[in-house]
Design a binder for this molecule. Structure first.
Ligand SMILES: *Cc1c(COP(=O)(O)O)cnc(C)c1O
Length: 377
């Protein structure tokens, strides 16, 4: 049996007629960039999350950059984030001229460890940038409390967390702003590049709208030097078609995750843990194994595609050598990088496919250790 890592075809096939109608409208109206299709999606996505504003942009990377720019972050400022994220989180910080400062993650949630944040704060710290990794939110209450006590703003990287919740609150709505990616493989994906920032701060929203489109709200009038971070009309229309299905797709990911959890239990594999405060939407289903490389090879030989998110912690990447971090600085993150493996996960994964993947995992020669050894902190 072949199991793809992500198979989007089954998800898109029933929507093909609606996609065609979006295409026809966009061509008929020549609304190729921003325009009514994008505005309609912005309103719907903000409403879905319970935020006042959504500013749709080209992708998740510039969503983060736009939010940081509008929050006034620039050279001389520090932004605290985690080293086990997609590099875009960190690139957005360096793109605005600020310095990324890393803190290690918690060994169970894989998200920013709130107990480590305070010692990373300096007079230059401007923003706390937690990432809701794999579709589960960071522990936001302590992070928000620390930030507010130090007069620091919180920006959420919710690029993997469309519809995830923390104590009933939607990811992306707890900080000053939340950034989303609509990369095709994300839980809500465009048919190309896409991203967005949500906020309930009207002034921040206005500033982001201005900066997104060359510092201009009216043609030929430029209030500030801005950027071209605009979303295409076609992608806005596609996203509006897909949004009503998001919760259903997330529910199906949760069913698949539960099936994985039950079948993997007791096999020395460490499955993901849904924390009591979280509604996990399983953008990725990430396990830990002692011999990850062997397991990956065995799965691959059996026709099962896997992923690594992420094998190289950012503080050890060549690109961020100048920050001066070394191996050993973030031990939890470094240990995870050697042990994690992302198993196939998408809404249409079948029970049979999950069962097949687990059967290969069980037969694999990868050595494993009892889960409790790793859970003991
Ligand atoms: C996908 C992703 C991004 C960047 O989004 P793009 O749309 O690919 O630019 C940023 N942060 C995280 C955590 C992501 O997963």
């Amino acid at each position: 049996m072949k199991v793809k890592f992500v198979d989007l075809h089954a998800m898109h096939a029933p929507l093909m007629d609606e996609f065609r109608r979006v295409f026809e409208r966009v061509v008929e109206n020549s609304s190729f960039i921003l325009g009514a299709e994008v505005s309609r999606f912005e309103e719907a996505f903000a409403k879905y999350l319970g935020a006042d504003h959504c500013i749709a942009v080209t992708n998740g990377t510039v969503a983060l950059e736009l939010a940081l720019l509008a929050m006034g972050v620039g050279p001389g400022d520090e932004v605290i984030t985690v080293p086990n994220t997609f590099i875009a989180t960190c690139e957005a910080v360096s793109a605005v001229g600020a310095r990324p400062v890393f803190v290690d993650v918690d060994a169970i949630s894989y998200n920013m460890d709130p107990t480590l944040v305070e010692r990373a704060i300096t007079p230059r710290t401007k923003v706390l940038l937690p990432v809701h990794l794999y579709g589960q939110t960071a522990d936001m209450d302590p992070l928000l409390e620390i930030a507010s006590r130090h007069g620091i703003q919180v920006l959420e990287d919710a690029c993997q967390a469309h519809g995830a919740e923390y104590k009933g609150r939607k990811a992306g709505t707890m900080g000053v702003a939340g950034c989303f990616s609509f990369y095709p493989g994300k839980n809500l994906g465009a048919l190309g590049e896409g991203g967005g920032v949500v906020t309930s701060d009207a002034q921040l929203a206005a500033r982001m709208r201005l900066l997104r489109d060359h510092g201009s709200l009216r043609k030929y009038e430029h209030t500030v030097p801005g950027y071209n971070f605009r979303l295409e009309g076609l992608q806005g229309g596609i996203l509006a078609v897909k949004l009503p299905h998001l919760d259903g797709w997330n529910d199906r990911r949760r069913v698949a995750a539960e099936h994985y959890d039950n079948l993997l239990a007791g096999n020395g594999i460490i499955p993901p843990v849904e924390l009591p405060y979280a509604h996990h939407i399983y953008h990725l289903y990430v396990i830990q194994a002692d011999d990850r490389e062997q397991l990956r090879k065995d799965l691959n030989a059996a026709g099962v595609e896997t992923g690594l998110h992420y094998p190289g912690p950012l503080h050890l990447q060549e690109a961020y050598k100048s920050l001066g971090y070394t191996k050993g600085d973030f031990p939890v993150c470094e240990r995870l990088a050697d042990r994690i493996l992302s198993l196939p996960m998408f809404p249409d994964i079948t029970r049979e496919q999950v069962e097949y993947v687990v059967s290969v995992v069980k037969e694999s020669q990868c050595r494993t250790e009892p889960a409790r050894q790793v859970f003991a902190k």
